[in-house]
Ligand binder design. Sequence first.
Ligand SMILES: [Zn+2]
Length: 502
Amino acid sequence: MTIPSRTIGALVAVAVLAACGACASLQSPAPSAATPQLASSQQVMDWIAQIEARGFRRPAYPADAWTEQWLRERLIEFGLQNVTLDPIEVMRWEPQQWSLQVWHDGDADQVLELESWPVPLSAGAEALEGELVLSPQPGAHVAGKIAVVGLELMAWPQARMRDKVATWAYDPAGELDTLTQVLPMSERFQKIMDPEIAAGAIGFIGILDFPWETDRYYNPYDARPRPIPGLYLNRANGERLKAFMAEGPVHARISLRRLQAPAMSHNVMGSLPGRSDDWVVIGSHHDGPWNSAVEDASGTALVLAQAYYWSQLPQEQRPHNMLFLLNGGHMSGGAGLHHFAETQKDFLERQVVAEIHLEHAAREARAVDGKLVPTDKPEVRWWFTSFIPRLEQSVARAICKERLERSLIMPVEGFPSPGRKHPPTDAAFFHPSAPIVSFLTAPMYLFDPADRLDMVHEPSLLPLTRAVIDIVNDLDGVGAAEIREGIYAPPRPQKMSGCPAS
Ligand SMILES: [Zn+2]
């Protein structure tokens, strides 16, 4: 590439981007179609179906490795440039054999065997024995014992979210007035075993007091091995255990065998050149805890839908260069995100106009007779958006235009707890380096094997795709430096209400 005519700024850009394989080329792609086509809902559903049909897509599992190659082929097929598989190190975790037996003190011949499932990242054990104790309980001491802990998912009234947390809402039917959303996390978030570990427990039994019956809860996923074994029980088995414990002191024996070792995964990337020297990044993650249609075959397919659309346009009709980023290792502490944010810090801080992250085109589900049943409604949509009025207005305008009901524009800081400096989404790794728009829904089944194709909210796919296209087009003519000039410190100078004018 010859560069004598480039400005200093562009020279910096080339130097910065040289480190990012997928962002390196600024040359034009093949000729483009006159009228770009949107990927149809059916097409996007088909992409999701192909990904989720491969099996459990945990980091470094064969299904995830297959998905990386399949994504690479799709990006090449769309004509993207610099399609790259960037290696990352992840923690591969695979449960192999486990069991839980309990008996009353002095009655070891009467053993009750309970079905269970291992707490991810908990330690292996070979017939570990100990006394059971409920935790947390006043006066209970878990040191040297096996702690039994009830876990409930958080339930948040959405009227409060709308009125106290969100900066803006689109709820034409007024559903948020009465809606309470069950989240996929307890108040412990990923620190499920940590209080009892700190108190000296030798083992952990978590009773999943969830609205539906399950003992398969893929949490924690922070790639941090825990020093004691843990098992989950579903609610029914948890009740049996608690009734057994109410009859007198109980001992338990835990065995747990699992593979847990570092392994390789990849971020999949590809780029398209645009009109400016700056960049828009559109991302999601390709791995998931189970077949995981929503988490995040759906986000990955939404990114593919963007790549498909923008690849058909001539370079001059793309407002900025575009990087499509499908991370690996989400279920391994966000390994792919860490890697990208660390290796591309300068790029994110100086060249990126916006990082748009797409996670979970989810149906709301209800629990009926112990089972999860998807409804016709989308799960409440959160749009974590940087404190930049023009960006917030773009997001609000796109939501209104596409009638994306149940939408809340959420702050990128201060949620879910005051003082938090990052949003609770994958875009956490990009804030505050780059302006972000982080779309995310949090259905209660996100870490459960029930997340299959019927949980994807198909009617959302096209409107979401068009909304993101509108947000990108709204960034036309505004550079990476200029958009940062609009950043405000909360509270917002003027409250935004209603739908902004087109
Ligand atoms: Zn996700």
